[in-house]
Design a binder for this molecule. Structure first.
Ligand SMILES: Cc1cc2nc3c(=O)[nH]c(=O)nc-3n(C[C@H](O)[C@H](O)[C@H](O)COP(=O)(O)OP(=O)(O)OC[C@H]3O[C@@H](n4cnc5c(N)ncnc54)[C@H](O)[C@@H]3O)c2cc1C
Length: 494
């Protein structure tokens, strides 16, 4: 089998993949893959904004670090965290060079907002569509680069390392294509589709983590999963629409089915702005106490025009679902939102496999600890994808002159993977670990997940997108439940 050689294979067109491409040396020949359209990813869905110390008069690195440590339950990696906070403001300012616009105040300074867990206003935002603004401007920048070949709707179906080369099989327009590179950056995003209810986009099946795990890379803290307290409550939709934390930052209340502000009882100091895991946990406690899943977010006491202008996209989406948030409370419930763990990386974003980098949500830098502080993930995506690019730039002294290399690779042809694997995994995960892990369900779930894992030992199935996604979410469920079992056995969750 012949593999076409590139200097770098970048998997993912979210903010981490794009920013890596923009920071790689222009002499390098780069292949960028995107499983679906370029903007179908978690980056484009980010609403609230990006956290950074941009106003040194009212904020400091120490405070940003302190807030992140508190949210992360002090399980954060200090070296990575210092880099994030201290280098982040430069990357956020650099976004302007690609045309990204943030909301500004009357003096023309970036208008910083507040979100849960932040002790200062430090969130730069573009109304309530910050991710889409950054994503689309960075795409414009990457598409101008002549050294980057961007292929959308191209699924990385298999990856292996032979000698110094990462060998990639890619399914595009019904045909398999084969590529090789000595450096690969996995920027494949989150794992939300392991759950029934998630805010994540359809691509979030954890493919990069599965490939890295199967190549032998270290995966860390994969059971550190964040459940957002305020997704629009709609049991008929797989992708739950997020109601940004910024709505609570601007003064919204959380109400139970009796119309009471229950957070005052559980968290008298931080109230609705306690970190996400705390608020999600309080909702579940209150739900159990009242035997009701009806919860509401209410910002109707604020000026109606202000609400519509500050949150135009959220306002419109919620209106389409039948609620006028400027006038009435809207139904919410927690759902899966973010993964703190992933492919373990060093300070240059390199995994435990030489030449294999990971950036963004699929990586584990340790900056978030056990729970992510709001708006720190776009910052992490920027800072650590740039560091991956800079490390590759340093290492690749000589451009690979080989145009193609040849290796044995088994055929991807076969019969279709049986239907229902993904549905079964989702219901196992929803039962076993939603906001909090349940020991018995985790143990019984793990037994079944192990049985399903054996499906992928046989080389009889067609290796297409269905296969890859089923394999990824099964592998992720296996890794998450195994880690929880270990945590229970060590007494961490008792
Ligand atoms: C609704 C929502 C709101 C959010 N709001 C905020 C916020 O306000 N602030 C904040 O900091 N964070 C926020 N986040 C989190 C943040 O958006 C993400 O963590 C971040 O954007 C992840 O970026 P990424 O580049 O790692 O992954 P993504 O943007 O998800 O990109 C992943 C890419 O990998 C590609 N890919 C995956 N598998 C394959 C494969 N097999 N083959 C080829 N390509 C593949 C996909 O096609 C996609 O292009 C939010 C997340 C969601 C879901």
């Amino acid at each position: 089998m012949d593999f076409k050689v590139f200097d770098v294979i970048l998997v993912g067109s979210g903010i981490s993949g794009l920013y890596a491409a923009l920071n790689l040396d222009e002499r390098l020949n780069i292949l960028m893959l995107s499983k679906r359209e370029l903007t179908l990813n978690n980056s484009a869905l980010a609403q609230g904004g990006i956290a950074a110390v941009l106003d040194k008069e009212n904020d400091s690195f120490e405070l940003h670090i302190k807030d992140t440590l508190i949210a992360g339950n002090y399980k954060n990696d200090m070296d990575h965290l210092k880099i994030l906070v201290e280098q982040g403001p430069v990357d956020v300012r650099n976004l302007k060079n690609f045309g990204v616009e943030f909301d500004t105040n009357e003096q023309g300074n970036v208008n910083l907002t507040l979100e849960g867990g932040h002790s200062r206003r430090r969130i730069a935002h573009h109304k309530d569509t910050t991710g889409f603004e950054i994503e689309t401007r960075l795409i414009e920048g990457v598409l101008k680069l002549r050294n980057v070949t961007v292929v959308d709707n191209s699924v990385l179906t298999r990856m292996d390392k032979k000698d110094d080369y990462f060998l990639a099989e890619v399914l595009h327009n019904g045909k398999y294509h084969y590529y090789a590179a000595k450096n690969t950056v996995l920027a494949t995003g989150g794992i939300g589709r392991v759950y029934n209810y998630t805010t994540n986009s359809a691509i979030a099946t954890g493919d990069g983590i599965q490939f890295a795990y199967n190549m032998g890379a270290k995966i860390k803290n994969i059971s550190y999963i964040q459940f957002h307290p305020t997704a629009f409550a709609d049991k008929n939709s797989r992708e739950s629409f997020l109601i940004s934390e910024a709505v609570r930052g601007e003064g919204a209340y959380l109400l139970n089915c009796k119309g009471e502000r229950f957070m005052l009882k559980y968290e008298p100091e931080r109230k609705e702005l306690a970190p996400r895991d705390v608020v999600s946990g309080c909702i579940l406690k209150e739900s159990k106490r009242l035997n009701s899943t009806d919860f509401f977010l209410d910002i109707s006491h604020k000026d109606s025009d202000y609400v519509k202008n500050r949150f135009p996209m959220i306002y419109q989406k919620v209106l389409e679902k039948g609620f006028d948030m400027a006038k009435e409370p809207i139904p919410i419930f927690p759902c899966q939102h973010y993964l703190m763990g992933g492919i373990d990386v060093d300070l240059n974003s390199e995994s435990t496999i030489n030449g294999l980098y990971a950036a963004g949500e699929c990586s584990h830098t340790g900056v978030h600890g056990q729970n992510r502080l709001a708006s720190n993930s776009l910052l992490e995506a920027l800072v650590f994808s740039r560091l991956a690019a800079e490390d590759i730039n340093r290492k690749v002294q000589e451009i690979d002159n080989a145009k193609q290399v040849s290796y044995e690779f088994s055929s991807p042809e076969g019969k279709k993977i049986p239907k229902g694997v993904r549905t079964e995994i989702r219901s196992i995960m929803q039962e076993a670990f939603f906001v909090e892990p349940h020991y018995d369900e985790c143990i019984s779930g793990l037994v079944r997940v192990k049985e399903l894992m054996s499906l992928f030992d046989d080389n009889i199935y067609q290796i297409d997108r269905d296969y890859v996604e089923a394999r990824s979410i099964t592998t992720l469920a296996y890794l998450i439940l195994s880690e929880i079992k270990e945590r229970f056995e060590k007494g961490h969750d008792k």
